[in-house]
Design a protein around this ligand. Structure first.
Ligand SMILES: Nc1ncnc2c1ncn2[C@@H]1O[C@H](COP(=O)(O)OP(=O)(O)OP(=O)(O)O)[C@@H](O)[C@H]1O
Ligand SMILES: [Mg+2]
Length: 237
């Protein structure tokens, strides 16, 4: 399998006045196309920082980041935003939906950012995605009229609208009860089985068990990197 993401000697520091916060320390990782990866580790170990760098939301301090064959470490802000809107899909713990917009309009948003002209074709694509995540009867609802699990399903549909190569999730089930978390993980697994590469932060081992590979960070370094064997990967129920 070709690697879809590869970081080489990745260092990420934050600078606060005269103080330097050393967060990611010489990480070397590569993720295969089609994989489903759980990023784990204690609070403060650098999971979100890594995800933000992989998502081109934040810049690395030194090292290289290859997305497919493309070196994104040297890109300027405009190029990074182009990469984000073309190749990446995001799912956040807090859903990050816009409250004034309907389900369909929220799903459309990445297309708007991408400069795609919205019309009947894009609308029917968004409706199809809403139906796929089980919200066909909630198309005109606004986020506050939906449950947390439903809001996260809108976010999943939104993450798919640009047909991304890679889906990044930062604790996508972090705000959900365990039953709703299961539904979301089932949905992510189906997407992965359909070929999407997923990298997802979680600190819960039962959520990580849905992934095929678990990378554990500690203090900005890789502490362990294991493949879930077929028996421990949670079975579809
Ligand atoms: N913008 C920032 N400026 C300075 N330090 C930061 C910034 N963002 C994160 N950090 C520091 O980087 C370290 C890693 O933070 P990060 O958010 O990546 O952790 P995490 O593993 O996602 O933790 P959690 O499980 O609590 O979400 C922390 O020590 C944090 O204080
Ligand atoms: Mg975090």
């Amino acid at each position: 399998m070709p690697s879809i993401v590869r970081v080489v000697d990745l260092v990420k520091n934050y600078y606060m006045g005269t103080q330097t916060v050393y967060v990611l320390k010489d990480l070397n990782l590569s993720f295969d196309e089609g994989d489903f990866v759980a990023l784990m580790g204690p609070s403060g170990s650098g999971k979100s920082t890594l995800l933000n760098v992989l998502g081109c939301l934040d810049r690395l301090t030194s090292g290289r980041y290859f997305l497919g064959d493309v070196d994104v470490s040297e890109m300027d802000d405009d190029q990074l935003s182009e990469v984000r809107s073309t190749y990446l899909g995001f799912i956040f713990q807090s859903y990050n939906l816009l409250p004034q917009y309907t389900v369909v309009e929220n799903i459309e948003l990445p297309l708007l950012y991408q400069g795609v002209k919205l019309g009947d074709e894009t609308k029917s694509r968004c409706i199809a995605l809403a139906e796929m995540v089980g919200l066909g009867d909630r198309l005109d609802h606004r986020p506050l009229q939906l449950s947390g699990g439903q809001q996260q399903r809108v976010a999943i549909a939104r993450s798919l609208v640009n047909d991304p190569h890679l889906i990044l999730g930062d604790e996508p089930t972090g705000n959900l009860d365990s039953r709703t978390s299961l539904e979301i993980m089932q949905m992510l697994r189906e997407l992965n089985r359909a070929g999407k590469t997923i990298i997802m932060v979680t600190h819960e081992t039962d959520i990580a068990a849905w992934a095929r590979r678990a990378v554990r960070l500690r203090d900005g370094r890789v502490e362990s990197d294991t493949r879930n064997d077929a028996r421990t990967v949670v079975e579809m129920r």
